[in-house]
Design a protein around this ligand. Structure first.
Ligand SMILES: NC(=O)C1=CN([C@@H]2O[C@H](COP(=O)(O)OP(=O)(O)OC[C@H]3O[C@@H](n4cnc5c(N)ncnc54)[C@H](O)[C@@H]3O)[C@@H](O)[C@H]2O)C=CC1
Ligand SMILES: O=c1[nH]c(=O)c2[nH+]cn([C@@H]3O[C@H](COP(=O)(O)O)[C@@H](O)[C@H]3O)c2[nH]1
Ligand SMILES: [K+]
Length: 395
């Protein structure tokens, strides 16, 4: 008899190949004999990666870069950095994520050197605009800053200049603090330096900038549980790669950057290409967890388990922006896929990631009850500015 009672015999229902999405499935209430704080959400992302919450951010360029990956780890989950970028960029995103001990996404404006500040909008809610080569915070060098008070004192001609011509430098030790400073100490240093912001630096590279307003904002958030910390004492970070020859070189750079698990990012994982890549990763980096997928049937799953995967990612056509079912004419209802793959993965103790179609906490519960160890989210996180545990992240 399956795990379900009262006539909802999942085996029978799912066995008939019903294609169920999470919204077609609901569970009956049963009996409670425990308190809510007796519930532990701790789980495993893959064989060697434990998590304290069952949440994973998807390897999509609109979802997982350094701030998201650091935030997910700080909350007890994990982020999977996308590979929709060149090898050096993906490696540096991983390095920066591991250095973002405080993944505070400052609300200060960040602009490139040629930008002209024509209105206060450039500052956003903050009192500063910071200048980097690319106009984003994911570059290792802060070129300078402009304060709102300085800008408001400038006349019209001056305001037509490029930021580069009048920004102030901030690479002196007056502004810089070590990347792994404690949050409480950070607050004290901000008071003491009277500069309004500090630059978090690691090995001469800018990791982040934190302003006084940022500290006030983050201080008020509920403290999150133990983060997902690796043996190196830093956040654990995952990354996606493909299954081509060039992905072997990519993987080497990601391992150098300290990646803790690698996800083979294919819409259909049961291919000779993926089986070869799984064997290559296990032979070359035996301690590095490799997650295969995506799969939706027991047959696909069995092949990847035999090849040596440390985790399976389930979902085809389940993503809210997913086009796989349209373009490939294959796929399966997510609830059925999760239930079926989990029934075979459990026999080998392989954790399953339910990937896609998660847009509320009910979906998370359903995926976990159907047997998944974690859920992977894309659109639900894309563009978010508030993490559940109180850290903000930019996507
Ligand atoms: N839920 C879903 O439907 C999912 C969709 N995706 C998305 O789709 C994107 C791309 O997925 P795919 O197109 O499946 O990527 P892919 O790179 O795995 O496959 C693309 C094509 O290249 C072929 N290929 C792969 N490795 C090869 C090799 N070594 N030699 C020769 N041919 C090879 C594959 O057979 C396939 O025809 C992913 O990055 C992801 O964003 C990914 C996972 C799940
Ligand atoms: O066929 C696809 N083309 C795409 O461009 C694409 N982007 C994301 N994905 C997959 O959907 C998952 C995210 O789904 P949600 O947004 O529902 O969380 C992701 O985790 C992926 O598995 C894609 N599938
Ligand atoms: K992708």
């Amino acid at each position: 008899m399956s795990r379900f009672e009262d006539g909802f015999a999942a085996d029978k229902l799912f066995a008939q190949g019903y294609s169920y999405t999470y919204d077609d499935v609901i569970f009956l209430p049963h009996y409670i004999d425990f308190s809510t704080d007796a519930v532990s959400l701790s789980t495993r992302f893959s064989r060697r990666v434990p998590l304290s919450i069952p949440c994973v951010s998807s390897p999509m360029d609109t979802v997982s870069e350094s701030h998201m990956a650091a935030s997910m780890a700080s909350l007890g989950g994990i982020g999977i950095v996308h590979y929709n970028c060149d090898i050096a960029a993906q490696a540096s995103i991983i390095r920066q994520a591991k250095s973002l001990k405080h993944p505070i996404a400052s609300d200060a404006g960040v602009k490139f050197p040629e930008y002209e500040i024509t209105s206060l909008d450039a500052f956003g809610p903050s009192s500063f605009v910071f200048v980097t080569q690319t106009g984003t915070m994911t570059t290792p060098k802060l070129l300078g800053y402009v304060s709102k008070s300085q800008w408001t004192r400038m006349n019209y001609e001056q305001r037509e200049m490029k930021i580069y011509d009048y920004m102030k430098s901030c690479d002196s030790s007056d502004y810089c603090v070590p990347w792994d400073i404690d949050l409480e100490k950070l607050e004290f240093v901000l008071e003491d330096k009277q500069k309004g912001f500090v630059v978090l630096e690691r090995d001469g590279e800018t990791v982040n900038v934190v302003t006084k307003d940022d500290i006030e904002r983050v201080k008020g958030y509920p403290k999150s549980g133990p983060g997902t910390v690796g043996p190196d004492g830093e956040w654990m970070v995952g990354a996606a790669i493909g299954t081509r020859e060039s992905d072997k070189e990519r993987l080497e750079h990601l391992v150098d950057a300290g990646v803790n698990a690698v996800v083979l990012d294919s819409s259909q994982g049961n291919s000779i290409y993926q089986l070869e890549m799984i064997k290559y990763v296990k032979k070359t980096y035996p301690e590095l967890d490799v997650i295969g997928g995506n799969v939706v049937t027991m047959y696909q799953a069995q092949n990847l388990i035999q090849a040596g995967v440390d985790g399976l990612r389930v979902g085809m056509g389940s993503g809210s922006i997913c086009t796989t079912q349209e373009v490939c004419a294959v796929g399966r209802g997510q609830a059925t896929a999760v239930y079926k793959v989990c029934s075979i993965a459990a026999q080998s103790g392989i954790p399953v990631i339910a990937d896609g179609g998660i847009s509320n906490s009910g979906h998370i519960v359903k995926a976990l009850v159907l047997g998944a160890s974690t859920v992977m989210m894309g659109s639900f996180l894309a563009g978010s500015t508030e993490a559940p545990g109180g850290y903000e992240y930019k996507v």
